[in-house]
Design a binder for this molecule. Structure first.
Ligand code: GRF
Length: 194
C-alpha cells in the first residue's frame, strides 16, 4: 500500500443516520498514519442522529440532507461533495437508498457495512431473522455499493457464532463490536489493491 500522509489521504465523507458508533471507529482509524482516509465531512439524513454529536466532538464538519428522491435534492448533495473535493464515501448506519445517478458519480468509491454475512440477510432486521432461522453463525460484511441493495463486491467479512440463548439485542452488540474493527481493516484492504 502506498503511504498516504496528511493531505494526500483520500478526502472522505461518512454518511450516517443514527448512533454513529462505526463513525467513531472510522474517525479514530483516520487519525492513524497508516490510514488511507481523512474524514472531511459527516453527512446525516437525520437531524437527530446521535452520530452528529460525535462528529462535532472531533471537530468534523457536519451537514444534513434529506435524501428525498428528487433530482434537485440529490444534485445538492453531489455538488456539496464535489465542492469539498470528496473522493471516497463510507456509509455507516446510513438508512437511505442512493440513486443510480448518485452511484455513477462515485463509482467504486462507496463502501457500506452490513450486519450479516452477505449475501444472507440483506435489508433490515438481520439479527432476528438469523436467529429465527436457527443459524449457527452470523456476522458482518463490508462491501462496495452498487445499485442493488447490499449486493456490491464483498471486501471483507467477519463470522460470529450465534450462542444458544442469543437475542437480537445481544447479537447486535456482539456484531457491532466486530464491525468497529472490520470496517477499518476493509478500507486498508481496498486501498492496498489500488
Ligand atoms: C450497524 O450495525 C451497521 O452495520 C448497520 O447499521 C448499524 C449502525 O450502527 N448498517 P452505528 O450507527 O454505526 O452505531
Amino acid at each position: 500500500m502506498k503511504k498516504l500522509i496528511g493531505s494526500n489521504k483520500f478526502k472522505t465523507a461518512v454518511f450516517i443516520s443514527g448512533n454513529g458508533s462505526n463513525l467513531k471507529s472510522l474517525i479514530r482509524f483516520s487519525y492513524l498514519k497508516k490510514s488511507p482516509i481523512n474524514i472531511k465531512i459527516v453527512i446525516s439524513s437525520n437531524i437527530k442522529a446521535k452520530g452528529l454529536k460525535i462528529a462535532k466532538r472531533f471537530k468534523i464538519k457536519t451537514k444534513i440532507f434529506s435524501f428525498d428522491k428528487n433530482i434537485k435534492n440529490e444534485n445538492d448533495v453531489i455538488h456539496f461533495l464535489i465542492r469539498n473535493k470528496i473522493t471516497f464515501i463510507c456509509l455507516a448506519g446510513f438508512m437511505k437508498i442512493l440513486s443510480k445517478n448518485f452511484l455513477n458519480k462515485f463509482k467504486g468509491k462507496i463502501l457500506n457495512i452490513h450486519p450479516s454475512l452477505l449475501p444472507k440477510y440483506k435489508g433490515l432486521n438481520t439479527h432476528q431473522r438469523a436467529i429465527n432461522n436457527n443459524e449457527k453463525y452470523s456476522g458482518c460484511t463490508v462491501h462496495l455499493v452498487n445499485s442493488k441493495l447490499d449486493s456490491g463486491k464483498i471486501i471483507l467479512q467477519k463470522k460470529i457464532r450465534i450462542s444458544n440463548n442469543e437475542t437480537a439485542k445481544s447479537l447486535t452488540e456482539k456484531i457491532l463490536k466486530q464491525e468497529h474493527t472490520l470496517y477499518p481493516k476493509a478500507i486498508k484492504k481496498l486501498f492496498s489493491n489500488r
